[in-house]
Design a protein around this ligand. Sequence first.
Ligand code: DX5
Ligand code: ZN
Length: 233
Amino acid sequence: MPGVTNRFVIAPSLLAADFSRLGEEAAAVERAGADWLHLDVMDGHFVPNITFGPLVVKALRPHTQLPLDVHLMISPADPYLAAFAEAGADHISVHPEAGPHLHRSLQAIRGLGKKAGVVLNPATPVEAIVHVLDLTDIIMVMTVNPGFGGQAFIASQLSKIATLRQMIDASGRRIVLQVDGGITAKTAVQVLAAGADCLIAGTAIFGAKNYADAIADIRAASPAASNFAFSAG
Ligand code: DX5
Ligand code: ZN
């Protein structure tokens, strides 16, 4: 997948950007060293907040070369998958709770030629994805309840990240393990230690005076500095 190398991926979430200047903000984080651009789509129904739809994704597309990582917090999602694909999304991730047929949603995303992601809410068990791993390019662990930026990191999700790391490694599949919510240079250390390979950060990047410094601070996070320990068995 583009952007995935031996280092971890940093995906700034545009949710925390200046919404009157989204194109400039996208270009600014690209210059500042971002790997992907994370776009949070909310419908005021699946989550208690409303953001934007495919028209805004399409408008952003010419402003950055970064892969557009689209996080759908809408229900149902299936009727809109083609519109997001046509708008220029590179990755499209859905929540299992957003529709009755996760397998079909992932098939549809892959069928549109896009990378398919599954997002696990804090209370959603890892079992939700066991039988769809063959259709999954990205697993996203929510470390906040979806709907808003700037919330506190939910540390109980660290063991879920560790379990998923083992599950992905055991499968031998090339699946990206993302973490979304409350990521700072400090929590980055913990989620990397648990096995994450893609960190999404909104407030920690767009809330900073200097985006390049903020990205560099997260990039410098080393899992070795973590107190988090998980059993390998
Ligand atoms: C929350 C979104 C996140 C959000 C993260 O529903 O999925 O992507 O932007 O924001 P921070 O990094 O501020 O917690
Ligand atoms: Zn998100």
